[in-house]
Design a protein around this ligand. Structure first.
Ligand code: ATP
Length: 368
């Protein structure tokens, strides 16, 4: 059984506090992503789960068993990394069979399991080849196959597909997601690619500065980020943010900044939050998919100048200069075609009122 639970897990490298006493729990069979920018501590956390790195403090249990200081071999975890070394002197078949041979599995069983895994990963036609005769994508599948072939309680993957080309990566994403669901083995996947995490994970643990920022489903992370860091890290293109202060204008809660005045939709911001934040520096956030553009000004529009239009296929990405700050809007291509506006011409943006975010500039915390 592969439930993982971690209690006050920490790791320091000299003065460097890479992982700061974090707690989390992963359910049996869950597909979890550790997501965050370079240096946030995700690999260090994964390596502590694997046993390749000993923690400075805290506890790790897998399937209810304390494994904190167990050797990797005794944790029953399967691992695959960004760069994997296959045994160069062994055929693909023998590379896949190796983890079973060391566990003294019978020859018949080995042939059966290797064939199954090879078929699933579509490498059954290269079983007799040597690793030197494989493409990068095939080698990586063999490495993944070597992990899948044995009955591990938990699979740990550190950016296993990040160096593959875009097409193969997209294919592998779907394949790994399918395999994980089919096998039902608890899987932790380290990535800095939010698209990868959003499309594959059951839950995402967003990390920054050695701390867990949020651990939730992709939808929750996207819709209800707990802070500005999480809100900005997920979503492509990134969240638009504008510096504002909270003001009461004729009794209407207004978020006002340079060239911007947005009336807060009634009830959006909790009254206690309004009272505590009048006059304070805040950040107003809105995702590009929730920004519209218009030629004519209206009560709820913000004036700007068109800076660029990038066709993205089904949509165009409009970049609008709003008093020196860029605001991006994703506009359906057929509608975008109706805007004859040349660059540098006046244009207006409108934020969808039910998709606004408000953050405390100082702490980053989501206020509304
Ligand atoms: P990346 O995506 O770049 O691998 P990461 O989020 O996985 O980043 P970690 O590799 O966990 O980050 O590193 C976290 C911090 O700990 C970084 O600041 C890193 O420089 C530091 N660190 C990691 N390993 C060591 C080590 N062996 N000695 C010293 N510092 C280390």
């Amino acid at each position: 059984m592969g439930a993982v639970s971690v209690d006050k897990l920490g790791k320091t490298f000299g003065a460097m506090n890479a992982v700061k006493a974090i707690d989390f729990a992963i359910g049996d069979g869950e597909f979890v992503f550790f997501l965050g920018p370079s240096g946030c501590g995700k690999t260090t956390t994964l390596r502590m789960l694997s046993g390749l790195l000993m923690p400075t403090g805290g506890q790790i249990s897998i399937g209810g068993r304390d494994v904190t200081y167990l050797h990797p071999r005794h944790r029953n975890v399967g691992m695959v990394f960004q760069q994997n070394v296959l045994y160069g002197h062994l055929s693909v078949f023998e590379n896949l069979a190796y983890p079973l041979r060391v566990r003294r599995v019978s020859g018949t069983e080995i042939r059966k399991r290797v064939r199954e895994v090879a078929r699933t990963l579509q490498i059954d036609d290269v079983l007799t080849r040597m690793p030197g005769q494989l493409s990068a994508g095939q080698s990586q599948r063999v490495a993944i196959g070597r992990m899948l072939v044995r009955d591990a309680d938990v699979f740990l993957m550190d950016e296993p597909i990040s160096h593959l080309d875009a097409k193969l990566r997209a294919h592998m994403r779907a394949e790994l997601r399918h395999l994980q669901k089919q096998l039902g083995v608890t899987t932790v996947f380290v990535s800095h690619d939010q698209l990868e995490a959003m499309s594959m994970a059951d839950r995402i643990m967003v990390m920054e500065g050695g701390v867990v920022q949020q651990f939730a489903t992709p939808q929750e992370i996207f819709d209800r980020p707990v802070n500005l860091f999480v809100a900005s890290f997920v979503g492509e293109p990134h969240l638009n943010t504008l510096d504002v202060t909270l003001e009461l204008r004729d009794g209407v809660v207004t978020l006002a900044g340079r060239g911007v005045a947005v009336a807060a939709p009634p009830g959006w911001i909790d009254e206690t939050v309004v009272r505590a934040n009048i006059g304070r520096d805040l950040a107003l956030g809105v995702r590009p998919e929730h920004v519209d553009v218009a030629i004519a000004a209206a009560a709820d529009t913000i004036p700007g100048k068109l800076y660029a239009i990038e066709p993205l296929g089904a949509e165009d990405l409009f970049t609008v200069d709003v008093s020196g700050r860029f605001v991006q809007a994703r506009i359906a291509a057929d509608r975008a075609a109706t805007f004859p506006t040349p660059v540098r011409d006046p244009i207006h943006v409108r934020f969808a009122p039910d998709h606004l975010y408000l953050f405390d500039k100082e702490t980053g915390r989501t206020l509304a």
